[in-house]
Write a protein that binds this ligand. Structure first.
Ligand SMILES: [Zn+2]
Length: 583
């Protein structure tokens, strides 16, 4: 047996890990962020108390009048529901600034109290479990105006360039009870919605689903829209304005999909050209995730008086008809259309898991960039536009039951997307990664609601591995995993008689800023040539021989941009016994 002798400690391999770091990439700020002090208002919307949990809404039948000149809305909303509990008290929601003139259950007026958005009604008899009821609410008032739609929502009252009223509403974080009475909790999606809305003559109304009818009356236009798919409460919406309409179709595996576009008249020609990209976006997502979820009711882009919002089958578009070169498409179209899969079809039951909407839609941007511009360009997109804007002040998954989501914190978007990208890198198998996304979509699009645990379950089932520590590190801790590593080499004497020396290259690595037991592979690539090596790094320092990569002059770690910080740390050598050092 030949004896391995250590001769001298040799030069380091040059590492270019650092070239992938830019400002803020992978940084954990010393000071954690703070959640706001949650109070009654937060629990009133976020918590499903017994008076809301005890019934299931099946249908909202809305008959409303919109007065854009006085910024008023009002009418009657019939809430069809099925009793799940023997409730004697039932709660719906409506912002306090909207006046309720009548509340009837099955035709009988019922007394009610109001506390902030909660409308608490006392019933003369307990509800019968399993029976269907209709609660009719007559109301009117001036709903709140949005401060910064869609992020800070409310009604958006604008005029187009010709002075015509142009109105919309966004309410994802505020709740739909800012404009109509409802059970304002994202866990309860009605099976269908009909919105009949009258507006002043000359205006049109566009809403979710399909246009059932349009009637002109003296001084009024009445539009009736309906959707027969389950819909998130904040996705029920309308747009009122003077629109031009054009349509198109595309062939999908499920049949013909109608594409309808409503734009301001001055943008008609621009839109006809610009919206051509929609077919590519929809067919790319259909191939990547699964079939478009609302084939019976089509796809719509509606020019709205705000930048964009993923309103189901009626996406709000307002980003100026321009493409992002780095993306290869219009950011609003690419992002909001992805929400038809992630957010609208697959929906969370608590905003704490909103990364399943936003992180997935943001990762959709990245893979769309990959589709249009190639894989390397998608990494540039990730490096500069996603990973460079992550705060790491709070965990991605937030606190339960308070409807908490700070949409100003990019992490549910960008860190969520980078978590998905990191999973794809860990798998080192894009086919399996997309199979996981397709399975998650396929199993949960039509079902009720999802939590982060549902996604973890699919990942674990499809990989046959335990991912608890991974998700704990990336979603439930705010810290960024740190790869502590040291690439080095020794000159060794292979045979003392012949005195032949050969270089032994190695890497010592471990993870910190992760839960105990965390383990994640790291791919090392040689800059020149195709040699690469995957090392399984744990929280204990381990030495990995580079073998085939010994001749590599420039070692690149994290070429595919998983989300972690890298630190070259020579002192890690002291934490481990180097075998040839002891000879
Ligand atoms: Zn989004």
């Amino acid at each position: 047996m030949k004896k391995l002798l250590l001769a001298v400690f040799s030069s380091l391999l040059i590492s270019s890990c650092a070239i992938f770091r830019i400002h803020e990439f992978g940084e954990t700020p010393g000071k954690p962020g703070r959640y706001p002090r949650f109070g009654l208002k937060d629990y009133l919307i976020g918590q499903l108390d017994e008076y809301r949990a005890g019934y299931d809404v099946t249908f909202y039948n809305m008959d409303l009048d919109l007065d854009p000149y006085n910024k008023m809305i009002g009418g009657e909303v019939a809430i069809h529901f099925r009793a799940l509990e023997k409730l004697k008290t039932i709660r719906i929601d409506l912002y306090r600034n909207l006046h309720i003139s009548s509340l009837q259950l099955s035709g009988t007026e019922i007394p009610f109290l109001r506390n902030d958005r909660a409308v608490i009604a006392s019933l003369s008899d307990s509800l019968n479990v399993g029976r269907d009821y209709i609660l009719k609410v007559k109301y009117e008032g001036k709903p709140i105006s949005a401060k910064n739609p869609p992020w800070s929502g409310g009604m958006v009252w604008k005029n187009d360039n010709e002075g015509n009223p142009w109105v919309g509403v966004t309410c994802e974080t505020e709740g739909a009870s800012i404009w109509f009475p409802c059970k304002d909790h994202i866990s309860d999606e009605p099976d269908s919605v009909r919105l009949r809305m009258s507006v002043p003559s000359g205006l049109q109304v566009v809403s979710n689903g399909i246009l059932e009818s349009h009637i002109s009356k003296p001084g009024k236009e009445v539009f009736t829209w309906s959707t027969h798919y389950p819909v998130n409460i904040y996705n029920i919406t309308f747009y009122a304005g003077k629109y031009e309409h054009f349509n198109d179709t595309m062939i999908t595996e499920q049949g013909i999909l109608n594409l309808d576009y409503y734009v301001l008249p001055e943008n008609l020609e621009k839109a006809k050209n610009h919206f051509r990209q929609v077919k590519d976006v929809i067919s790319f997502y259909s191939r990547s995730f699964g079939p478009y979820p609302w084939i019976r009711e089509g796809f719509k882009l509606v020019e709205g008086p705000y930048e964009g919002m993923e309103h189901q089958t009626a996406i709000g578009y307002g980003s100026g008809y321009s493409n992002l070169r780095r993306l290869g498409g219009d950011h609003i179209i690419v992002h909001e259309t992805a929400h038809e899969w992630w957010g609208n079809a697959v929906s969370v039951s608590d905003f704490r898991d909103i990364w399943l909407h936003e992180g997935f839609a943001t990762y959709s941007e990245m893979i769309f960039a990959e589709h249009k511009k190639g894989y390397d360009s998608s990494l540039i997109y990730a490096r500069h536009w996603l990973a460079g804007w992550i705060n790491n002040k709070l965990p991605v998954v937030g606190p339960p039951d308070v409807s908490y989501w700070d949409s100003k914190d990019n992490d549910v978007y960008n860190k969520g997307a980078m978590v998905l990208h990191t999973i794809r890198n860990v798998l080192n198998d894009s086919t399996l990664f997309f199979h996981i996304l397709q399975t998650f979509y396929g199993e949960h699009a039509a079902a009720s609601h999802v939590t982060t645990a549902d996604f973890i379950e699919v990942v674990e089932r499809k990989t046959g591995k335990d991912w608890d520590k991974f998700f704990e590190a990336y979603l439930y801790n705010r810290e960024v995993p740190v790869l502590n590593w040291y690439p080095g080499s020794y000159d060794k004497v292979q045979d003392p008689d012949s005195n032949v020396t050969k270089r032994v290259s190695f890497v010592v690595a471990k993870w910190t800023n992760v839960p105990e037991g965390f383990s994640m592979p790291v791919k090392l690539d040689c800059k020149d040539g195709n040699a690469s090596l995957i090392i399984e790094v744990t929280t204990k320092p381990v030495l990995f021989y580079l073998k085939d990569m010994s001749s590599c002059n420039q070692l690149i770690c994290n070429k595919r941009l998983s989300y972690y910080k890298t630190v070259i740390k020579k002192s890690i050598l002291e934490e481990i016994e180097i075998p040839f050092k002891n000879h």
